[in-house]
Design a protein around this ligand. Structure first.
Ligand code: GAP
Length: 440
């Protein structure tokens, strides 16, 4: 346990030191569990989001995307059941007043629905209150008056917009079943116990798909998205298969809308926890939002409520899993063995010596050339070994060094991050060489 905690501390420290993730509002003492993505973190996160969008929206004929408002009409949340059902059981310490999720500190709570009174406050051993349901919707007011009529909510999932916009999307895209609507965006939950770095926060990002099918097709579609989720995790993100596990969520523990759910869990350093989910929402949402069946099935000559398979992917949990999988300590170096396609910088360019203007000039020329194609960084600080280690730590897959031979032969050395091996290659072949390796 100790070494696992140490690993998490090392990852958090690297993230801060190298500009992946900083504590939010730090100069004001921070804001509990809020995190900001820095220059490298935003590149990594954007790479994940772009790959997801390309794979699941742009490269498929049966998918379209939307980008909806974060704050929707409160009636949406009445109809979706979130105002009534979207809650967690909370217990409060009578002594120190800290609050905990009953199901997190009493492992039997979910099965028995009764809280073990012998359990004391994990922080001060004080007596705990009876559990009460705490709604997770993050409330705000629209307009100057903070009155009941002006209450609104930040969306707790991106999914609802895909249901509410269903007819508009259908009419404008002319899609036929089966088809899906996808969205990437922020979601907000007033979590009782946020924590574990970017794992559980009150503001986070989701990549979600609502895939609409005829009822009789749901099982096939569920299996399809189960496979697609695995391909995404292991193939695209490159997560190690042995770190991912499927959990069939039993009756009584699923979200209020779900008839079947699989959680994809990942072995984080702090334990095995949910990474993504896959749910069969049946026609629950469309039925609640539309009085009349919104889909006209011309062949069958009837209107119907399509059923929904929902693969849902947390962006921040993707970033965290990718970082945990990639973090490697070797003899003298720390290496982030990210899949090259995810790396914030694909290539770094160095002049062998900083004080030789002809080398610096040539290195800048190579840098400008590569920058057109890849995220590229130029570095002439310190000695070459330190520059390599510095790039290893942020996962840059290739380092290119311009030396005296370059001036004569128009070639450079290129070093591979994982093996630390170097080879010589013509400048004219650099782009195609790197491209081939990165987008394999
Ligand atoms: N639309 C379905 C839905 O929202 P969920 O399992 O509640 O399902 C989906 O959330 C995904 O969003 C999770 O699998 C996780 O990756 C991410 N997620 C949920 N709550 C989160 C939080 N508080 N912080 C970070 N990510 C979160």
């Amino acid at each position: 346990m100790k070494s696992e905690n140490q690993l998490m501390e090392k990852i958090i420290s690297l993230c801060k030191r190298r500009g992946f993730v900083f504590p939010g509002s730090e100069i004001y003492g921070g804001l509990a569990n809020s995190w900001d993505y820095g220059p490298l973190g935003v590149e990594l996160k954007n790479n994940i989001k772009q790959l997801w969008w390309k794979r699941f929206v742009q490269q498929r004929d049966d998918m379209v995307g939307i980008d909806a408002a974060l704050i929707m009409n409160p009636k949406v949340w009445e109809a979706s059941g979130h105002l009534k059902e979207f809650s967690d059981p909370l217990v409060e310490c009578k002594k120190c007043k800290r609050r905990f999720r009953a199901d997190h500190i009493d492992p039997n709570y979910e099965n028995t629905n009764s809280f073990d009174k012998k359990i004391k406050c994990p922080d001060c051993s004080g007596e705990l209150s009876e559990p009460r349901q705490f709604n997770l919707m993050l409330k705000t007011f629209l307009g100057p008056a903070e009155e009941k009529a002006d209450v609104a909510y930040f969306r707790p999932e991106t999914a609802q917009a895909m249901f509410v916009d269903f007819k508009n999307v259908l009419e404008t895209s002319r899609k036929k079943l089966p088809f899906g609507i996808a969205q990437i965006g922020k979601a907000f939950r007033n979590e009782i116990t946020p924590g574990n770095f970017i794992f559980r926060t009150r503001e986070f990002e989701q990549m979600e798909i609502e895939y609409f099918v005829k009822e009789e097709e749901w099982k096939n579609s569920f299996e399809h998205w189960q496979k697609e989720s695995w391909n995404w995790m292991t193939g695209v993100l490159g997560l190690k298969k042995e770190h991912i596990h499927e959990l069939e969520v039993p009756d009584g523990e699923r979200a209020h809308y779900s008839k079947r759910t699989i959680d994809f869990e990942y072995d984080y350093p702090f334990g095995r926890k949910e990474l993504y989910g896959l749910a069969y929402r049946a026609n629950f949402d469309l039925k609640n939002h539309f009085k009349e069946a919104p889909y006209q099935d011309i062949e069958a000559g009837e209107n119907l409520y399509p059923h929904v398979i929902e693969p849902t992917f947390g962006v921040d949990r993707s970033v965290l899993a990718v970082l945990c999988d990639a973090y490697t300590e070797e003899a003298e170096r720390i290496v982030l063995k990210l899949k090259p396609v995810l790396a914030p910088y694909k290539v770094a360019v160095f002049p062998l010596l900083k004080n030789k203007p002809e080398l610096v000039e040539k290195a800048k020329e190579v840098y400008e050339h590569l920058k057109k194609e890849f995220t590229t960084i130029f570095d002439d600080r310190g000695n070459i070994g330190k520059r390599y280690y510095s790039q290893d730590e942020i996962g840059t897959p290739y380092c290119v060094t311009v030396d005296f031979d370059t001036l004569e032969k128009a070639d450079v050395t290129i070093r591979d991050r994982n093996t630390a091996k170097q080879e010589r290659i013509k400048i004219s072949e650099l782009t195609s060489f790197i491209k081939e390796k990165i987008y394999d």
